[in-house]
Design a protein around this ligand. Structure first.
Ligand code: CA
Length: 226
């Protein structure tokens, strides 16, 4: 497994590289955005670890370029600011996960391993699955326990988003920007209503329940022990 780290702070870069090499990965380290951009566009990696704040080409631009070039390598971005804006922007630009600095190396390693597991052959696999729920991206079919479920376009997009971020709490603002393509902090009622409708279709008549409300935080889809 070959990883690319793009990080201009040499102490952090060296520390990450060393730790990941010890964990058994092959690691390239780019110390500025220009080199990072070049490597990310020309070499094949299993995962990119991308610092956002870089002096020349920043992490957002690198992320944007690689996605526009159709490269679907998993990207974990590192941000110094824990703001919803940054997280939303990163996920909108096609990042898969993020960490807020400072973080523990063990945390980074856990995220890296999760992304690599998730990243196995994503291109041919058009089905997202959890428990007995299946969503087929190509045929746009949703099936639970063998039963076909009819969803509206918005409900489908919402379920797809939840499935893609299985086990992660998604704030309403993120759901709003991803599914409704708009920013609204005040009127989250639209999302709650859509979630209720989605639940009625995919959860009400089935066990276990998959869509969970985290009060004051957002929604999460996962198969949990009751
Ligand atoms: Ca930096």
């Amino acid at each position: 497994m070959k990883l690319l780290i793009v990080e201009d702070e040499s102490k952090i870069g060296d520390y990450l590289r060393q730790g990941l090499i010890e964990a058994g990965f092959v690691v390239d380290l780019a110390r500025n955005g220009l080199d990072g951009h070049h490597l990310a566009m020309t070499e094949d990696y299993n995962l990119l670890i991308l610092d956002i704040m870089l002096p020349d080409i920043d992490g957002w631009q690198i992320l944007k370029s690689i996605r526009e070039a159709g490269r679907n390598v998993p990207v974990l971005f590192l941000t110094a600011r824990d703001t919803v804006d940054d997280r939303v922007k990163g996920l909108e630009l096609g990042a898969d996960d993020y960490l807020v600095k400072p973080f523990a190396f063990s945390e980074l390693l856990a995220r890296v391993r999760t992304l690599l597991r998730r990243g196995v052959a994503p291109t041919n696999n058009t089905t997202l699955t959890v428990a007995d729920l299946e969503l087929d991206l190509m045929s746009r079919r949703v099936v639970r326990a063998g039963q076909r479920i009819q969803l509206t376009a918005k409900e489908f997009a919402l379920l797809e988003l939840l499935l893609r971020h299985r086990g992660e709490v998604l704030p309403r603002s993120l759901i709003a920007s991803q599914v409704w393509d708009m920013n609204f902090d005040s009127d989250t009622n639209v999302i709650d209503v859509a979630i209720r409708r989605l639940r009625a279709k995919v959860d009400d008549d089935f066990e276990p329940k998959l869509i969970h409300t985290l009060r004051g935080m957002g929604y999460m889809l996962d198969q949990q022990e009751e």
